[in-house]
Design a protein around this ligand. Structure first.
Ligand code: CAA
Length: 240
């Protein structure tokens, strides 16, 4: 029977590419989104992938949403915690609200997404957790104290989950994308973006599909002994 995969933030940007790639590999995919009904409807019309609306920052909503997905599509075997936001500002201008929004969505959102599926994965003796972190969690970034903190935190989450899940057939790994051609990066002021691209040895932004291929690999049986790892895909911009 086809495995079921849940992709948070799965109807746009990198998440949409991941949802499509998993579907192409034969998974039954559920893609979540937070607010953009129009984009989600267009995504479902284009791909046939079912979308579900909830806020990953809300534990109760996540738990209820996951129960609905499992009732409709079956137990979730693969979780891709991809949903994330930016609220960039230099630290001296960053507000407590900008800090909190990013922590709640990007970091607590991973807890809220993985925690409800974890007991079922343990019982069934199989699970794949892939968390989409970022190059900026590895190196930090001017204007992203909040975002970098969450993306570095994601790496702590997967390294810990890997140790807890290994004996139960569950792997937890991270992908650290560099700068990828998505709306999130396009929202960076053009002057700053040009400067960033100038610092990427590949001389270009990455494509969402280049991240999706990392995810399908980590979700596959081929990656069964890879646990607690990070795949960096950044065009040689940064090495750990
Ligand atoms: N390094 C050093 N100095 C920088 C800088 C940088 N990267 N970016 C800005 N500055 C400097 C500016 O030159 C300016 O200096 P002066 O005052 O001396 O001229 C000062 O910081 C303030 O700059 P701004 O006037 O632009 O300040 P602002 O408040 O309007 O905006 C900012 C600052 C929000 C950080 C803006 O520069 C920005 O958006 N930077 C991009 C941050 C970034 O890389 N975000 C990544 C988004 S994509 C993503 O997150 C996906 C992923 O995982 C990779």
């Amino acid at each position: 029977m086809a495995r079921t995969a849940l992709v948070t933030g799965g109807s746009r940007g990198i998440g949409a590419a991941i949802s499509k790639a998993l579907k192409a590999e034969g998974y039954t995919v559920a893609a979540t989104y937070a607010g953009n009904d129009e984009a989600a409807a267009a995504f479902t019309a284009e791909t046939g992938i079912q979308t579900y609306k909830w806020d990953v920052a809300d534990y109760d909503a996540s738990k209820a949403g996951i129960e609905k997905v499992e009732a409709e599509l079956g137990p979730i075997d693969v979780v891709v915690a991809n949903a994330g936001i930016t609220r960039d500002a230099p630290f001296h201008k960053m507000t407590p609200d900008q800090w909190k929004q990013v922590i709640d969505t990007n970091l607590t959102g991973v807890f809220n997404t993985v925690h409800p599926v974890w007991p079922g994965m343990r019982e069934r003796g199989f699970g794949r957790i892939v968390v989409i972190s970022s190059i900026n969690g590895q190196k930090g970034q001017f204007g992203q104290v909040n975002y970098a903190a969450t993306k570095a935190g994601d790496l702590g989450i997967v390294k810990s989950l890997a140790q807890e899940g290994a004996a139960k057939g569950i792997t937890a790994n991270a992908v650290c994308p560099g700068y990828i051609a998505t709306e999130m990066v396009m929202a960076v002021p053009e002057k700053v973006r040009d400067m960033i691209i100038g610092n990427i040895p590949a001389g270009r932004l990455g494509e969402p599909e280049e991240i999706a291929r990392c995810v399908t690999f980590l979700a596959s049986d081929d990656a069964s002994f890879i646990n607690g790892s990070t795949i960096s895909a950044n065009g040689a911009q940064f090495f750990v």
